[in-house]
Design a protein around this ligand. Structure first.
Ligand SMILES: NC(=O)C1=CN([C@@H]2O[C@H](COP(=O)(O)OP(=O)(O)OC[C@H]3O[C@@H](n4cnc5c(N)ncnc54)[C@H](O)[C@@H]3O)[C@@H](O)[C@H]2O)[C@@H](O)CC1
Ligand SMILES: Nc1ncnc2c1ncn2[C@@H]1O[C@H](COP(=O)(O)OP(=O)(O)O)[C@@H](O)[C@H]1O
Ligand SMILES: [Mg+2]
Length: 277
């Protein structure tokens, strides 16, 4: 198991070249946020925008359109009941994140099912939050596991994989990942990242200041933006997104008791700039 350190940020975060435009930094689609959990979609969208994705679209409940636009006008919004538009945009993007505050109602399941039927092998998929209960309750196969990254916390991993929290050892987790060929970011006070048949990563810089609703939604957005824009080795791009999220939280926690997800988002552009080599 490899320990994540600052070195990974220097490796992955490269300066932006001059002859570029928004299309060079990746297109992200976030399918998230029902009426109750609108904040999850707003946090995921904000972190994807501030972490530097070229274009970010959010398919969400109509309840969230105005607040999302007001907070992050850089993000584009799609009514998630507009199937035609959602399918069109789904086909155009590089990375799709689904699940943050998606809810476990019928619409959540049909969005997941339609996405699985539309996604192609050239795209990357991130599954978070409600996606795990939806997948545990319904028979639905992940279409391209090698292109899929799961970001469960321990309880979500238990529900999805059947491995109880007390049994979530490196060996048991790695075995499950090798068998299924997806990548798992297993979030906890000491997050682990398991890749199929590759060495895993361990994150030891997390702080209890991160134990607040919305922390994971923010991580998911950062991850989507990193995968969309950085061309380095996939495992390093994933490791650097996870490291950066806690690195900023730790900076905030030196002076503040809570690392508010919205504050982590605000710090992203500056901290990323400092790591450009
Ligand atoms: N502002 C918002 O709109 C928010 C929306 N959220 C969304 O709400 C939905 C439900 O997510 P929740 O995770 O809150 O609820 P869940 O019901 O999925 O699970 C949370 C429970 O799991 C247990 N648990 C055990 N180990 C844990 C660990 N390492 N980390 C976290 N929990 C652990 C805790 O007892 C906790 O109450 C998700 O779709 C999520 O994205 C949350 O992100 C909270 C903020
Ligand atoms: N005590 C802690 N120490 C370190 N990191 C923590 C701690 N508590 C939570 N975190 C981190 O905060 C995030 C929480 O994610 P998650 O539970 O999915 O939040 P949410 O769904 O509310 O957005 C994860 O990245 C997790 O590793
Ligand atoms: Mg979560």
């Amino acid at each position: 198991m490899e320990l994540l350190t600052e070195e990974i940020l220097k490796k992955v975060i490269l300066p932006r070249e001059k002859a570029t435009h928004k299309g060079n930094f990746g297109r992200v689609l976030i399918i998230a946020g029902d009426e109750q959990y609108g904040g999850a979609s707003i946090l995921a969208a904000g972190s994807a925008v501030y972490a530097g994705a070229g274009l970010v679209s959010v398919a969400t409940s109509k309840h969230n359109h105005a607040p999302l636009h007001a907070r992050y006008p850089e993000a584009m919004v799609i009514d998630w009941e507009n199937h035609t538009l959602l399918e069109k945009v789904t086909k155009q993007v590089d990375v799709i994140l689904i699940g943050c505050g998606l809810g476990v109602e019928t619409i959540g399941f049909s969005l997941l099912k339609n996405l699985f039927a539309t996604i192609t092998e050239r795209q990357l998929l991130i599954l978070d939050g409600s996606a795990f209960s939806l997948l545990a309750e319904n028979t639905l196969n992940i279409p391209f596991p090698k292109q899929t990254i799961l970001t469960p916390h321990q309880m979500e991993w238990q529900v999805f994989s059947g491995i109880e929290i007390a049994q979530q050892t490196d060996l048991n987790n790695q075995t499950q990942v090798d068998k299924n060929e997806f990548t798992v970011i297993l979030k906890s006070e000491e997050t682990r990242i398991y890749f199929p048949r590759e060495e895993s990563y361990k994150l030891t810089i997390g702080t209890p200041a991160q134990a607040i609703g919305g922390s994971g939604d923010t991580l998911a957005g950062i991850l989507a933006a990193f995968l969309a824009q950085f061309r380095g080795k996939r495992r390093e791009v994933i490791g650097s997104a996870v490291f950066l999220h806690s690195f900023i939280a730790r900076k905030i926690a030196k002076k503040e008791r809570i690392a508010l997800p919205t504050k982590i988002i605000d710090r992203l552009p500056e901290v990323m700039r400092n790591f450009e080599q």
